[in-house]
Design a protein around this ligand. Structure first.
Ligand code: SAH
Length: 231
């Protein structure tokens, strides 16, 4: 990780932060931090900066952080993602946080397997997003919503929730190419693709179907590729 992510609860009244969890293990084993070292830190949903290591033992890392800078700018992208299979979800969540997505909606679709909504990965969302933030030196995770019913979500909720500057639905068979850039909302389908009914409902909410060409990409490749193409 390129930044240790701190939360308000880590801080003591004297301004030091005391860590005993996986971040201590990381500081010991990977960073090989020693007293007097300076580490990069960030406060969840807050500023980033550096922290001096006041002490480090097998039990506790004590830091004195100075949170001086704003986290990196955001590209202005909301993502509507058909809930991917658990393995793919585990890969895309850190990438989504690292690329600075503002709002992520994980939605059901005709070609999403029902069992995916029972996946254990859904209980690890915050930790997977934190991995991506630490990688990208950001502190602001996307807002994440899980929606098990596609149609009511798209018809009743989507309008006020996802940005409307530009709305695109990625679909390999679309005529139009992706040309315009963020700020935008992007919709990415399941492994089996969007069905026509879903494309119609999205079109009614202002989504234009765009293709990235004839190479059909797996979801874990399509997500970072499409987010990159939009920036
Ligand atoms: N067999 C499916 C493939 C789905 S790939 C189909 O033909 O639709 C999973 C999702 O990734 C797609 O729904 C789309 O949102 C995105 N995607 C993958 N490759 C793409 C491409 N070449 N152009 C646009 N979107 C793509």
């Amino acid at each position: 990780m390129n930044l240790l992510l701190l939360t308000e609860e880590d801080f003591a009244a004297d301004g030091t932060a005391r860590l005993r969890d996986r971040r201590l293990a990381h500081a010991l084993q990977i960073l090989r931090a020693a007293e007097g070292d300076t580490l990069r830190v960030g406060l969840l949903r807050g500023r980033v900066g550096t922290a001096r290591v006041l002490s480090i033992t097998a039990d506790e890392l004590v830091l004195l952080p100075a949170l001086t800078d704003e986290p990196p700018p955001r590209p202005g992208i909301d993502l509507l993602l058909a809930l991917p299979r658990p393995k793919a979800l585990r890969k895309v969540l850190p990438a989504i946080a690292a690329l600075g997505v503002d709002t992520l909606v994980l939605v059901n679709a005709a070609r999403v397997e029902k069992s995916y909504f029972q996946s254990a990965v859904l209980r690890e969302i915050d930790a997977l997003l934190a991995q991506g933030l630490e990688q990208a030196r950001d502190t602001r995770p996307p807002r994440v919503l899980l929606r098990e019913r596609f149609r009511p979500f798209v018809e009743d909720e989507l309008e006020g929730l996802l940005r409307k500057d530009l709305r695109l639905v990625a679909h390999p068979l679309a005529q139009a190419q992706l040309e315009r850039r963020a700020p935008a909302t992007l919709a990415i389908g399941p492994e089996g693709g969007w069905v026509p009914f879903e494309l119609e409902l999205l079109a009614a909410q202002g989504f234009t179907a765009v293709s990235l060409g004839p190479r059909v990409l797996r979801v874990e490749v399509a997500v970072p590729y499409l987010l990159g193409a939009l920036r």
